[in-house]
Structure formats: C-alpha cells, structure tokens
Design a protein around this ligand. Structure first.
Ligand code: 13P
Ligand code: SF4
Length: 312
C-alpha cells in the first residue's frame, strides 16, 4: 500500500534532480506542495528567486501570471506549471486590450502605468513598472513627481497605497474575488471571538476590512509581523494557504483563519488547482510549459527589471 504522498515526494525529488529543476511555490499553495518546494514565498520573493536561479527548469507552483513572470525573466529556461488553468480573477479583470484602449482614450494624461504583478504579460508590456504588494509603496514613492499615475488592476491595493504614500493615483477597477469575500461583519465576529489576537490583512481586502486590521501587508510581511509580535495568536485575513506557511515557520503561535460570510476560511480556486500529482506529472513530461512570443516577452521584461532594481 502506498503511504500517502511519500512515494510521490520521492518521485518529485528524483525528477527534480534528473531535470536540474527548482520548485518555486507561492504561500497560497497546498501544504504538500509547500513542503516539497525549494522556495516558498510571496510574489516579490518568487520573482527574485526566478531571476537568480541556476536551474534549467522552473516548476512554478502558483498561478499563471506568476509562472509567466518567471518565463519573462528566464527566456532560455523551461518554465512549467502543474495546472495551466490556474488563472487569477484579478489578472482577468484587466485585459491588455481594455488597458490599451483606456490609455488611448486618455492620452492627454500621459500616464505612468504601475501594474501590480497580478496581470498578464500583455498588461506588463503596456506598463512602466511592476509592483507587488510587498514593494508597492516603495515603487509608487520612486515614481517621477510630475507624472500622472494609473495603477492597475487592483483598486483595493491601489487605494491602500494612496493612503500610505499620499500620492494621488487613478485606479483600475479590478479586484480579487477571494479577498472581496471578507466583510466587516465576518471580521468583527472573529475579533469578538478572539479579542487578544491581532488581525493581519492583505491589502487586496476591501477598505472596511482593512480598517479593522492591526496590520495590512503582503503575505511575506505577515510572517515577519507575527514573528516580531509578542502575541501568541493572530487572525490571518488572506487566502488559507498562508496558514500552512505561518504554522510551519512559527509553530509556537496559533493562527486563526479570517472567515468570510459563508466560510470559515477563504480558498483561491485557482491556487488550489495545483496538486502534488500534477506537479509530479509536470516534472515527468516538462508540460504544461509557459511560452511567449519573444517581442512581447522583451517588452514585458523591462518594467519587471525596473521593479527589481527599485526594490533591491
Ligand atoms: P503576495 O504578493 O502577497 O504574494 O500576494 C499575491 C496574491 O495573489 C494575493 O492574492
Ligand atoms: Fe488571483 Fe486572488 Fe487567487 Fe491571488 S488570491 S491568485 S489575486 S484570484
């Protein structure tokens, strides 16, 4: 009888060696994937890892735009993703054609476009600089003072950055369906249940939720915040995978998932498309592979490189 997951993990390790592959996993991946990965992190950390890896193959366990970013930074490497259907509602809320039309219609604004990394290569190619939730404040602060900023695609993150920097920006009206499921009422209820536990929320949450939080930050910064805080338990208002990362790295603390109106925690259906089996299959066949037309890749690389320089 096969012991759950053990043979699969051994197979994955062997395939990794055979192909000189590195496994990168986002904080929202299922626990088994996080445990087998070489690096687990937020979008910023994963981009930095992807930019510096010596591996020939990058097995990217996250959603499509993340694997695509790894490919943009590594044209000569093969980048695979366990499930090609792992998309992102936020990325989908800003199609490249719609952004292009918007920029044309508002040409008089001569926008400096700051795109949150949760967007397609087509949107990146239309942007001046990319940011993640981990460096958005720094990137906006570094923007030339005489330029009008258009921030795409997440209006909640954009609004939060305006609050942090005081810099006015025009916001694309996109959002993440997962973080939009948290409500003022659902978070107030959990706060009453765990009164001494700080609430830590992702900036993709709506304003009413962010206002209730003790800290608003990217997934990676959540780890640092909880590590450096004296509290023993925390309410974590983001996708449920983050709880695995926190429990693994800070085993002496208790992490309570932030609830939505209908669920005790929030799962991203796209992030959860990846499984250990699909990762094994992807490593065995080096499929599904991320590919991009070279002119598009080159244009999309410029704003990502600018981000990496500005966040160094
Ligand atoms: P981070 O940039 O914090 O990793 O978040 C990515 C994401 O998809 C949030 O929904
Ligand atoms: Fe996209 Fe939201 Fe899922 Fe993140 S949690 S990948 S923003 S749908």
């Amino acid at each position: 009888m096969q012991v759950l997951g053990v043979d699969l993990v051994e197979e994955i390790q062997a395939l990794k060696k055979q192909h000189n592959a590195v496994i990168l996993a986002h904080n929202y991946q299922v626990r088994e994937i996080q445990e087998v990965a070489d690096f687990v992190g937020d979008s910023l950390g994963l981009s930095i890892q992807a930019a510096s890896t010596q591996a020939d193959v990058i097995a990217f366990c996250g959603v499509h735009f993340m694997a695509e970013t790894a490919k943009i930074l590594n044209p000569s490497k093969r980048v695979i993703i366990p499930d090609l259907d792992a998309g992102c509602s936020l990325s989908d809320s800003c199609p490249a054609e719609a952004l292009k039309a918007h920029l044309l219609a508002h040409a008089e604004k001569n926008y400096y476009v700051i795109a949150y990394i949760n967007c397609s290569a087509g949107v990146k190619a239309l942007s001046d600089v990319i940011c993640t939730s981990g460096n958005a404040v720094k990137i906006v602060q570094a923007t030339p003072k005489d330029r009008n900023i258009l921030f795409v695609p997440d209006q909640n993150l954009g609004q939060w950055v305006i609050e942090q920097t005081g810099r006015p920006m025009d916001l694309w009206k996109g959002s993440c369906y997962v973080h939009m499921e948290f409500t003022k009422q659902s978070i107030e209820r959990i706060q009453k249940e765990y009164p001494g536990s700080p609430v830590v929320a992702h900036p993709e949450c709506p304003l009413a939720v962010r206002l209730l939080a003790d800290e608003v930050c990217s997934t990676e910064k959540m780890l640092h915040y909880c590590r450096n805080h004296s509290a023993k338990s925390f309410v974590i208002v983001t996708e449920s995978g983050m709880l695995h990362r926190l429990r693994r790295e800070l085993p002496d603390r208790t992490f309570i998932p932030g609830p939505t109106e209908i669920c005790a925690c929030a799962d991203c259906r796209f992030m959860k498309k990846n499984t250990l089996e699909k990762l094994r299959n992807a490593l065995a066949s080096i499929q599904p592979e991320i590919t991009l037309p070279e002119p598009l890749r080159q244009r999309a690389e410029l704003p990502i490189r600018r981000m990496l320089e500005q966040s160094a």
